[in-house]
Write a protein that binds this ligand. Structure first.
Ligand code: ZN
Ligand code: ZN
Length: 353
């Protein structure tokens, strides 16, 4: 049986928040705590025990999957209210990113109970990955790299962005994963839009192909970007590629426990500035990856979080020249005891097909 340490972890953190109990509604948090995925569930964490409320569609399966750690019951907020009043909860933890409708119904039902936002508690807990989570992300990444290796022979003159994206996704699904997000495949000038929507645009020689994609394995995401070229690229593109590659490598080398996230972003930004390319690097250097594709902390100029062993954060410098071309190179970096382990092994020197 899989051992989840997260329930104890969240209880410890919630004590610091001074809440008597916590209601968990957000899908990624309920999955994180239980390891069970459903489209309708609510978790109530109390000192005594933990409850998992769902509907008939999931009840039996949930009882079998997580019944040893949760009291699995039929119902929703009304039933939760009975427990909350029964044990005399005065302060209830809730997540900030629930819908307005949900918040209103909680306010009406839980009269006299004080709500305390728990998002930061979950953020802090989820930022540091357990051994089990790290292994799931590594498996997701290895399937993502299988897709990368297998796609290369299909990158030819006349192929469309949609065809490449569809094939990448097919390979990840065929290998037992789900998709972490909709793959980005951008040719030529479309590459100047960091999150371009794929189209039926056909590939021509001398162009960059940016592919940003990731598999999801047992609920955990991976995320990588590689930019390859069809035929030789001109001097400008080659120069930009080498600058982004070096920025990626330098930033990765700088990662170690105790460093501030913003300083890692600064390493890449400063290097690109030496080539006059920093003004074309229009997003943060990276984001944490886990149950969600975008988690905290982030390698952003604004994030002063300190790196800890077990965090998994992407390193993805890119340059984007509007209407011209763009490129990005993205790896996932695991913060280790003494430094960093790069979880992305695919070649990142410019591959010319
Ligand atoms: Zn990505
Ligand atoms: Zn990313």
């Amino acid at each position: 049986m899989v051992k989840y340490q997260s329930m104890n972890g969240i209880k410890d953190i919630l004590k610091e928040y001074g809440v008597d109990a916590a209601l968990v509604i957000t899908a990624s948090n309920t999955f994180y705590l239980s390891g069970y995925e459903s489209t309708n569930c609510r978790i109530l964490i109390t000192d005594e025990k933990d409850y998992f409320f769902t509907d008939m569609r999931y009840l039996e399966e949930a009882k079998n999957a997580i019944g040893d750690r949760f009291e699995v019951l039929l119902g929703g907020v009304e039933e939760i209210k009975d427990i909350v009043s029964g044990i005399g909860v005065k302060t209830l933890g809730v997540e900030e990113n629930i819908s307005y409708g949900e918040y209103k119904s909680l306010e009406d039902l839980f009269k006299g109970v004080k709500f305390v936002a728990t998002d930061k508690a979950f953020g802090a807990l989820r930022a540091v990955k357990s051994e089990r989570e790290i292994n799931l992300i590594k498996t997701a990444q290895s399937v993502t790299e299988t897709a990368f290796n297998e796609i290369l022979p299909f990158i030819k003159e006349g192929v469309s962005e949609i065809e490449i994206a569809a094939r990448l996704e097919y390979i990840m699904l065929k290998n037992g994963c789900e998709l972490a997000f909709d793959s980005i495949v951008a040719f030529g000038e479309n590459g100047s839009k960091p999150h371009a929507h794929r189209s039926d645009r056909k590939l021509c020689r001398g162009e960059f192909v940016t592919m940003d994609f990731g598999a999801k394995y047992k609920g955990y995401c991976s995320d990588m970007t590689r930019t390859v070229a069809l035929g030789a690229v001109d001097e400008r593109k080659a120069r930009a590629y080498n600058a982004v590659l070096e920025a990626n490598k330098l930033a990765e080398k700088a990662i170690r426990p105790g460093k501030k996230c913003c300083d890692i972003d600064g390493v890449a930004r400063k290097y690109l500035a030496g080539f006059g390319l920093d003004k074309f690097f229009s997003h943060s250097l990276g984001h944490s990856v886990g149950v969600d594709i975008h988690e905290m902390p982030a390698f952003s100029p604004k994030c002063d979080a300190v790196l800890e062993k077990g965090m998994i954060i992407t390193v993805e410098p890119g340059v984007y020249l509007e209407g011209d071309f763009g490129l990005r190179i993205e790896d996932m970096a695991l913060v280790t005891e003494s430094g960093v382990e790069i979880l992305t092994h695919a070649d990142k020197n410019l591959i010319v097909l």
